[in-house]
Design a protein around this ligand. Structure first.
Ligand code: NAD
Length: 518
């Protein structure tokens, strides 16, 4: 595997009847063989049960039982870190090619069973077929991309020649990683964060989000099938503030790889800086956090394309992406025309259970997300005028219909806070310059996009729109591994780039070896 040979996994064309049938078959296989299972945890290569368990339910249909999971406590989380620490010396000295081969086999196995994993995503987190297919494709991409990158990183590094010495610098693994992913890309981000750490030669404790342990447990089974030694990937489930917190604080934890909210990320940042009794290093933290992402619509642009892109970015997966567009900042000359085109299209979005073919708008993840969206809808009604909202939603799930709010001030709560639901704020600006200033007026800096045909404005925005992932004349979601290395600035995280050429270095340290020669 050469990194230069890497290509993104193609998305499935569900308009083809054979692909529809294959996906329906996978949905029924998942219903029959996976839903309702009780999943164990894994510590030190052994299955582990908790004293208590907790249940997962389908966010789109609460009557459907997704799975039962072990509710571990801090003691088991500590034991998992200690077991990972014991496994580290052997795994860290395995050949790079051996580790790469394990993950290349995993990518191939995932490709062969991709619809099964995607089907689980429809039930477990409420992804539409296309969104689920994208999540699974991204997981395959991460495995192959990081495998390829590790091979490159393992090549001899350039050092300056000195007469009488043989000098080398090589990258070595760093230790035990606490891997703490979110529920919104519960396959891609979970597998990507875990795989990068392991391919680098570290051992890990993985704690999936409470909302999405089933797909993580399926992936763990796949990793065992392709020959990953069971003791290098410890798998623990339970509340983040108990199990995750213990993993963060443990003195044997060498690094934390976290993706999730700003609030939890900042708490981990603080905790990870405290040196615990017996700790021999400063912990490293890779934190990818929230966003408040904008699309800036200029006076000169293809307005129809802009409207479609805003809709895709604001309501794809019900707005539950860190990259989701939650603010459309629109030039006053086209503001009314933009609104007139946007409103009927948003109002026409129909909600349905995501496992049904053609249903592209599903539920939000859980009762907390439902409440949060509804709270911001109330705020939006005070801060602006509701143009779209309400409509029929299926019974039995956590559905919030798409909302659009007009006339939102740039400093309003709806313009500043991450809602993480299908709520879009429209902000009118007098010119492009003011638009750029508004685009930069949040604490975040994750993604953003500009729609403009004006070359000067493109250049200005490339320089000054301060986000980690900036797009021109396209939506601000849908980053591809390798093509769009992903991660944000400011309160969006530690400025790392998932799926980017320097990602692996975060899980490695460089060792210089200098030998005197005659
Ligand atoms: P969250 O912060 O609630 O949870 C993330 C993970 O942290 C979960 O596994 C959770 O169990 C764990 N956790 C919670 N409290 C903890 C604690 N005290 N100690 C250790 N671990 C703890 O976030 P979420 O709701 O799962 O995900 C949504 C958030 O993730 C949004 O803010 C979104 O923007 C962000 N996100 C960012 C990116 C990115 O690349 N920047 C990608 C996806 C999601």
């Amino acid at each position: 595997m050469q990194l230069s040979d890497f290509r993104n996994e193609p998305f499935t064309d569900f308009s083809q009847p054979e692909n529809q049938q294959a996906f329906e078959a996978a949905l029924s296989k998942v219903r029959e063989e996976y839903l309702g299972r009780t999943w164990p945890c894994w510590i030190g290569g052994q299955e582990v049960s908790g004293k208590k368990t907790f249940e997962g339910r389908d966010p789109g249909d609460q009557s459907r039982h997704i799975g039962t999971y072990q509710e571990l406590g801090a003691a088991e989380a500590n034991r998992a870190v200690e077991q990972a620490y014991e496994a580290f010396p052997e795994w860290s000295r395995t050949d790079v090619q051996y580790r790469v081969d394990v993950f290349m086999r995993a990518a191939q196995a995932l490709r062969e069973r991709k619809h099964e994993f995607s089907a689980m995503l429809c039930y477990e987190v409420g992804k539409s077929w296309a969104e689920a297919d994208g999540d699974t494709a991204e997981a395959i991409d991460f495995l192959e991309y990081y495998a390829g990158q590790m091979l490159e990183t393992a090549q001899p590094q350039m050092v300056t020649p000195v007469a009488g010495e043989h000098n080398r610098m090589t990258y070595i693994p760093i230790g035990v990683g606490a891997i703490i992913p979110p529920w919104n890309f519960p396959l891609a981000i979970m597998a990507g964060m875990t795989a990068a750490a392991l391919i680098a030669g570290n051992t890990v404790v993985l704690k999936p989000a409470e909302q999405s342990p089933a797909v993580a447990a399926m992936w763990l089974e796949l990793m065992h099938e392709v020959g990953l030694p069971k003791n290098v990937l410890n798998f623990v489930t339970g509340p983040g503030e108990v199990v995750g917190a213990a993993m963060v604080k443990h003195p044997r934890t060498r690094f934390i790889s976290f993706t999730g909210s700003r609030q939890v990320g900042l708490w981990i940042h603080e905790q990870s800086a405290k040196v615990q009794k017996g700790q021999q290093w400063m912990k490293r933290l890779v934190a990818e956090m929230g966003g408040k992402d904008s699309m800036l619509i200029d006076a000169e642009c293809d307005l129809d394309a802009a409207v479609d892109a805003v809709i895709a970015a604001a309501y794809g997966f019900q707005g539950q992406k860190c990259s989701a567009c939650s603010r459309a900042i629109v030039h006053q000359d086209v503001y009314d025309a933009f609104k007139d085109k946007l409103v009927p299209k948003v109002a026409a979005i129909k909600a349905g259970h995501p496992a049904e073919y053609g249903s592209n708008f599903g539920p939000v993840i859980d009762p907390d997300a439902l409440k949060k969206s509804n709270d911001y809808i109330k705020i939006g009604k005070k801060e602006g005028k509701m143009l779209v909202g309400g409509g029929d939603a299926p019974d039995g799930g956590h559905y919030v219909m798409p909302h659009v709010f007009d006339g939102i001030a740039p400093d309003a709560k709806l313009a500043q806070d991450e809602v993480f639901g299908p709520v879009l704020a429209l902000i009118k600006v007098k010119d492009f310059e003011e638009g750029l200033q508004v685009a930069n007026n949040t604490d975040y800096g994750l993604t953003g996009s500009v729609f403009t045909d004006n070359e000067e404005h493109k250049k200005e925005a490339m320089d000054r729109f301060h986000v980690g992932n900036f797009y021109i004349n396209r939506k601000c979601t849908g980053a591809l591994v390798g093509a769009h290395p992903f991660g944000g600035f400011n309160m969006s995280g530690t400025d790392s780039k998932a799926g980017g050429p320097d990602y692996m270095l975060q899980f490695l340290q460089a060792k210089t070896i200098s030998e005197k020669v005659n």
